[in-house]
Write a protein that binds this ligand. Structure first.
Ligand code: NCD
Length: 321
């Protein structure tokens, strides 16, 4: 059961709550592998419910996987194309949300460039809110799908040495993963140029390295991050070529990691900038395609948990004032 009616971040979740979502995601992943190309619903838990995807930033895999996940649970999904919406006429996030709220959706999936946007919204709508990425803050379903990917391949997360490498400062994926992997007992190391490390990040219980080869030494998992130039002022990195020379993952640098180390990347990838194509496409070492596959299963688990929570709330008599 989810701790709250919204899913805004991994921070504050306990191992039991995380594992129960991963266990359910695991079951959905198996069921989807068995059903192959047949995309009919696997459950009717969202039957009669409306899910709105409200994405203020670009997205391919996250938006599509939420859509597929909701459909496979019998829900009706609406994608708001913000390029063609009233946002372009100056409507604020809260006004858009209040307007959508008046249409009584059950779940709002929100991506926004401001940290805290999903939480703000959750205070103003009746729907349950899922954070699909807010600025540099959190991206909880990405961390959950990453964990499911690792758990299915390696069998456990506890005790693994996991290096999260690259543009940590601008990455909500890094922040959610630090919370989740730390909570499940992994040893997390951040590997990043000093200019892309937020000050005080070591207080999150991670170790830090500013050289890739040193940082990934002995790592079981090497998780690469995209250079998120859309959130940069422009002076944080050298040229892309120089960045690749220093921080791009290629076969020779990967030799420093554990012999059977696995590679991850949340996508979208900048090939030749943070990762070499030969590494990204290495069928034995790269988990990148599995991460995408696990996205649907994980989001099904999250949507189902939210629907269950709403069902419990509906049965609980409200206190009279
Ligand atoms: C990530 C995001 O949006 O934060 N992408 C994703 O959800 N798959 C990472 C990124 O954009 O680099």
């Amino acid at each position: 059961m989810l701790p709250t009616r919204h899913l805004l971040g991994i921070e504050g979740m306990n191992p039991l709550e995380i594992h129960s979502l991963l266990d359910r995601g695991d079951q959905f992943a198996d069921a989807m592998q068995q059903s192959g190309d047949d995309l009919s619903p696997l459950s009717d838990v969202l039957q009669g419910k409306t899910i709105i995807n409200l994405f203020y930033e670009n997205s391919t895999r996250t938006r599509v996987s939420f859509e597929l996940a909701a459909k496979r649970l019998g829900g009706a999904v609406l994608n708001i194309a913000l390029a063609g919406s009233s946002v372009k006429k100056g409507e604020t996030l809260l006004d858009t949300a209040t307007t959508l709220n008046a249409m009584h959706p059950h779940i709002l999936v929100v991506r926004h460039n401001c940290s805290g946007a999903a939480r703000l919204l959750s205070h103003h709508v009746d729907a349950a809110v899922i954070n699909a990425g807010d600025g540099r803050h959190e991206h909880p379903t990405q961390a959950l799908l990453d964990a499911l990917t690792i758990r299915r391949r390696v069998g456990h997360i506890e005790g693994l040495k996991i290096a999260i490498c690259g543009d940590v400062a601008n990455s909500r994926v890094a922040r959610s993963n630090i919370h989740l992997l730390g909570t499940l007992g992994a040893e997390v190391r951040l590997v990043s140029p000093a200019t892309l490390l937020p000050t005080g990040i070591e207080q999150m219980g991670v170790s830090i390295a500013t050289e890739l080869e040193e940082g990934i030494r002995g790592a079981d998992i090497v998780m690469m991050l995209r250079l998120q130039t859309e959130r940069m002022a422009g002076t944080e990195t050298p040229s892309q070529r120089e960045y690749f020379n220093l921080f791009g993952l290629d076969r020779s640098k990967l030799m420093r990691a554990a012999p059977d180390a696995l590679i991850m990347h949340p996508g979208p990838m900048n090939r030749g900038v943070e990762i070499d194509s030969a590494m990204a496409d290495d069928a034995h070492k790269s988990l990148i395609r599995t991460q995408v596959e696990m996205g649907v299963a994980t989001r099904m688990a999250c949507l189902e948990a939210m629907a269950d929570k709403q069902a419990v709330e509906a049965e609980t008599p409200k206190e009279r004032p």
